[in-house]
Design a protein around this ligand. Structure first.
Ligand code: PLP
Length: 800
């Protein structure tokens, strides 16, 4: 059912929510709690997001609910524009009692309040430019968004001209700004940045801002939409900082969590009379919202809520600070005032756990934490969009101390699991697993290979997981998972992750040259990618591969190799948008070359004479298999081409070509693996994600299977039941010097590489600038690449 939200409301956001299991639908709310149903059971969740600051009074505060019910019962008018709105009058007067004499303009939301402030400032001072704080947030309408450094890019220039001040840059000097102040109209500021990561403005900046405003008549416009109405312990956060704004923008908690209302307070000396007519709104000033807001302001006083925010906030802050001292490598900083707090996590980009590194590199650490707290501890908390490592805490003033204690205890469990690299504890919920009672210590298991480049010759190679269990090889911190759990987690989160660089090696050639290889992991399983192929749903996968190519180009790579399924879904690079200056390769030339060498070596080991043998090619129409067949056509007596569709016209054309290459060759075609019984040599090169060749398909006589498919085409039963069959992994290369070479997640012996990856390295060593195994390959390319391999000492690996 939640799918409808994704289909009809927010497709992009829903994908993220679903990928990390935040796609819950709440059906009830009270105080600091929300309720939802999971697997038929109603769960009570502690809400620390608190409507991003709007829930100061708690969900459905009983007195406010009673007020609104009473107001509806009185049939109070909502639509009476152009008359005297007495609710608005009372609320405005009440706000002026707090904020000083002025005029209050009402709105329906925060961003609309900001728009009103912008318009009024422009009418008042006719100066064309505004200052805003880098990283602050003021809403998303076209005018307000111009003041959001982080969100304005697509809409740049479609509203007021805004210049940014960065108070958090310790090296910034504001003198440069002071040169050109004459056309600056106003400074918009949040005293405590909310969406920007709970960052109070530094004192030094506040002093400068007050002085410059006074000296040059620049209006001070305080956006107190999130931090105002007592949340930080004073009615306005500006008050606590000694700022006296010219305009104040309020919204969020002003409506008591029930009414949608915004209010712009303008000091009377600034007010432009014409604004009363220039700025109107159908729904603003409605009696119900204004009277709910009045009641909320009553409660604020009678319940002494500001003092409660101060006291509980201090308690919360102290407890969080203690947690930070216990886990200084996980928690970087605790920030904020009152009940507006932020937990800033350290990045885990250097984590020995590849999964944790990937999550952190891609800005999902805060989201993972949010998903973990919700699914494991029934706590709702979220990072901010622009500061993804910061969790924002904004509960109601009524949040109980035991709830604070509970959260801080759970936070420490999370930090301990991050510290010990207990990935099953942190991410197990994604596979529906319980978290376990104790935290496992996986720190000794993870040994990442991340060598810094010692050469300018850089290449990158992308690969996906051949089998789900390889995820535990890629990240030993995940070894506590079963393979089906790993598959579930990988496939669920694949839409959000983009490829990431993991292992990096300086690879030596026998010529004395070296090349730096970056392995780029695409977090998808072969199974998932082949399913995408079957369903014609690979566009999004190709986009990720394109992004990886662009990223590695930017980091200095000149060659980009396509490993495992990435070459299949990009049609060996043909479907890619490749950045200029990056040479692509599927690595297929060396794969075929080494495969042929391997087959010949194995045949001689088994005393199988090539010119008397029948060779079966499984998946014969594929790019690799067809060149393999072409190059073996004159070496064997007979060939059986095994294809999925024997009727395809392509097949007859292909047979005719083979006949011109080797007129003596006996060629037959088959669809069934039964045909393998009469073959002593078999090349397995299908794209199938699951095994195709079983013991029952083979005879007992000496047979060699050269398996160049990944994942393997050969079922385990062959090894058990056919002792006379030698299965070799075709495309394996032994590197001349790097005996410790090992790419996490690829199940090969140390010092070995798949031939396709080796081709990528060789292109780097040769400084090749054109695509090589790109699209369909030729026998000529295979021979050329074998020659290059020989030159650099890249040899066929042991075949068994
Ligand atoms: N200003 C600040 C400081 C905010 O935090 C927000 C919303 O989060 C806004 C403006 C925009 O308010 P709204 O979402 O109601 O448009």
């Amino acid at each position: 059912m939640t799918e409808d939200y994704g289909i009809y409301c927010r497709p992009g956001l829903f994908e993220l929510l679903k990928s990390i299991q935040l796609d819950v639908a709440y059906h009830r709310a009270s105080g600091d709690w929300l309720w939802h149903i999971r697997e038929g059971q109603e769960l009570k969740v502690l809400d620390l997001i608190g409507g991003y600051g709007a829930n100061l009074f708690g969900h459905n505060h009983p007195e406010l609910v009673a007020t609104i019910q009473d107001l509806y019962a009185q049939q109070l008018p909502i639509l009476a524009q152009g008359s005297c709105r007495m609710g608005a009058a009372q609320l405005a007067k009440r706000l002026c009692n707090r904020l000083g004499d002025g005029v209050v303009i009402f709105a329906n939301s925060g961003t609309e309040t900001i728009e009103a402030a912008l318009k009024h400032a422009f009418l008042q001072q006719k100066r064309s430019k505004f200052w805003a704080i880098k990283g602050a947030f003021h809403g998303k309408t076209l005018g307000a968004i111009q003041m959001n450094w982080n969100y304005r890019a697509p809409f740049l220039g479609l509203g007021p001209t805004v210049e940014f001040l960065d108070p958090f840059d310790e090296n910034a000097s504001y003198e440069a700004f002071e040169q050109e102040v004459t056309d600056i109209n106003a400074i918009f500021f949040e005293p405590v940045l909310g969406e920007g990561g709970i960052r109070p403005l530094p004192e030094k900046f506040v002093t400068w801002m007050k002085a410059i405003s006074q000296k040059h008549g620049i209006l001070l416009i305080a956006d107190e939409i999130q931090c105002g109405i007592g949340r930080t312990g004073t009615f306005l956060a500006s008050e606590g900082m000694g700022i006296e704004p010219d305009y104040v923008c309020l919204s969020k908690s002003l409506g008591g969590g029930l009414a949608k209302i915004g209010a712009l307070h303008i000091k009377r000396k600034h007010f432009v009379e014409a604004f009363s007519v220039i700025h109107t709104s159908t729904f603003a000033e409605d009696d119900i919202s204004c009277r709910v807001a009045l009641k909320a302001l009553d409660i604020l006083e009678t319940d002494n809520m500001m003092a409660r925010c101060r006291e509980k906030g201090q308690y919360f802050l102290d407890a969080l600070e203690k947690a930070r001292q216990r886990f200084p490598l996980q928690i970087r900083e605790i920030r904020g005032f009152g009940l507006m707090l932020g937990i800033d996590f350290h990045t885990q980009s250097d984590s020995p756990s590849n999964l944790l590194k990937m999550i952190s590199d891609q800005g999902y650490l805060g989201y993972l934490a949010a998903a973990y707290f919700l699914n494991v501890h029934d706590i709702r908390i979220a990072p901010t969009l622009s500061q993804p490592n910061t969790l924002r805490i904004e509960p109601s003033a009524g949040v109980p101390i035991h709830a604070i204690d509970h959260f801080v205890a759970c936070l420490q469990v999370f930090c301990k699991a991050v510290d010990r690299l207990d990935l099953p504890h942190i991410t197990g919920f994604l596979a529906g697993l319980p978290p376990g009672n104790t935290i496992a210590d996986n720190r000794d298991k993870c040994r990442p290979n991340r060598q810094k480049a010692e050469t300018k010759r850089k290449v990158a190679f992308i690969g996906n997981f051949l089998l789900p269990e390889h995820i535990a090889l890629w990240d030993p911190a995940c070894s506590g998972f079963q393979s089906n759990d790993l598959q579930c987690i990988c496939e669920k989160t694949a839409p959000i992750f983009v490829p990431n660089i993991f292992d990096q090696f300086n690879v030596q050639s026998t010529t004395g040259e070296q090349v730096h290889l970056s392995f780029v992991g695409l977090s998808m399983t072969a199974h998932q990618m082949m399913k995408g192929m079957a369903e014609n749903q690979t566009g999004w996968m190709v986009e990720k591969i394109n992004a990886a190519a662009a990223m590695t180009k930017e980091q200095g790579s000149t060659v980009f190799g396509l490993g495992s399924q990435t070459s299949i879904i990009t049609r060996n690079g043909l479907r890619m948008k490749c950045p200029e200056g990056l040479a692509l390769t599927s690595g297929n030339s060396l794969t075929v070359g080494m495969g042929i060498l391997a087959l010949k070596k194995a045949a001689s080991q088994k005393h199988i004479q090539l010119d008397k043998s029948r060779l079966a090619i499984v998946g014969a129409l594929g790019n690799i298999a067809s060149v393999y067949a072409e190059m073996m056509a004159r070496e064997v007596a007979e060939m059986v081409l095994i294809v999925r569709d024997v009727q395809t016209p392509k097949l007859q054309r292909w047979i005719a070509e083979l006949k011109t290459i080797a007129p003596e060759l006996q060629i037959s075609i088959a669809q069934d693996m039964d045909a393998l019984k009469d073959c002593s040599l078999i090349v397995a090169a299908s794209n199938a994600p699951d095994p195709l060749i079983f013991a029952r398909d083979l005879s007992d006589s000496p047979t060699v299977i050269c398996d160049i498919s990944a994942p393997t085409d050969v079922d385990k039963s062959v090894a058990c039941e056919r002792p006379n069959t030698l299965v070799i992994q075709g495309g394996l290369v032994r590197l001349p010097f790097n005996h410790d070479f090992y790419i996490s997640g690829i199940p090969l012996k140390k010092g070995y590489s798949f031939a396709c990856m080796a081709e990528t390295m060789l292109m780097g060593l040769e400084q090749m600038t054109d695509h090589f195994s790109f699209g369909k390959i030729t026998a000529h390319q295979v021979k050329k690449m074998l020659k290059i391999a020989k030159k650099h000492g890249f040899e066929l690996g042991d075949i068994e």
